[in-house]
Design a protein around this ligand. Sequence first.
Ligand code: SF4
Length: 352
Amino acid sequence: MLNNSFQDPGLSHKILNQISEYKKELRIMEVCGSHTMAIGKWALRKLLPPNIQLISGPGCPVCVTPVSYIDALISLKSLTITVFGDLLRLPGSLTTLETARAQGLDVRLVFSPLDALKIAQKQETVFAGIGFETTTPGIAHTIRLAQENNITNFSVLPAFKLIPPALKYLLLADDVEIDAFLLPGHVSAIIGSNAYSFLPAQFDTSGVISGFEPLDILLAIKMIIDILESGKNAIENEYQRVVSPSGNLQAQNIMNQVLYPRDACWRGLGIIPASGLAIKPEFSRFDATQKYDLDISYYEPPSPCRCADILKGKILPPQCPLFADSCSPAHPIGPCMVSSEGSCAAYYKYER
Ligand code: SF4
């Protein structure tokens, strides 16, 4: 039952009717796992006319965390490893953290890097630092706290990812077709709408930053259509109640103090230039890659999983032959089914 002003059925119908007047083929990529889940939950894909396709991009942090990263965590046998829940079942080259835990590895689920810092006051602890610009400021803040309080038992294995370089990668790829982006609300709250100005300026591509209620998403799609019909590419902001042009400067400052940009491995995509963040030398004693001499290089073991094609919007989850057959949330084969924000998990839950 729709129950608040962001879920008003009358207004939804009105916007859907306006969207239906657009008759050209339109492929809109959402680059946020929370959008993928909201689109599935509210059956928005089914409500749209068939000429408007919503395709999911690489916006689920667990889905793009490389195989070598899981292998590196599993190699830390005598330490306490702290992770967010979804990471537990993500496959490494041989096994998962969940299986390694059953075999004796000390892996603990935490809700915040601060929980990991508390554990580190008693024992040597590594926190799995994965996430986009939304999660990263909190982890950078925790590293700074560890420095200020001289908690030397604490370190972070960084796999921080940045959204704008991933958008550039997709637009430069020969085999990816995108007409416009539904831009991520949470990430944009940190980096601001100005961070996407390169899309129209360098790639003749438009995008609209959207919130997560069904009306937000429908309105953002209508705004994309209006931009395309105006004939002039642009970035617009449907989520103005949260996202400003310059973003959250305090969060950006914390990230800039502790981290710096570097090339990063994206599972299924490869190495994307300047698409990650590393820990600065002045905080190196909290960098698990240096503390334990870990190597996070790009490596993809052979697998029938089609997540790489799904992350580029080349196929939809039901087009993978394993979808809802040998691959399901109870028995996931690839990362897009492991994560609660993965495309395959969203299709399995809402769109079978
Ligand atoms: S259904 Fe499973 S095997 Fe197929 S792409 Fe998705 S996660 Fe990979």
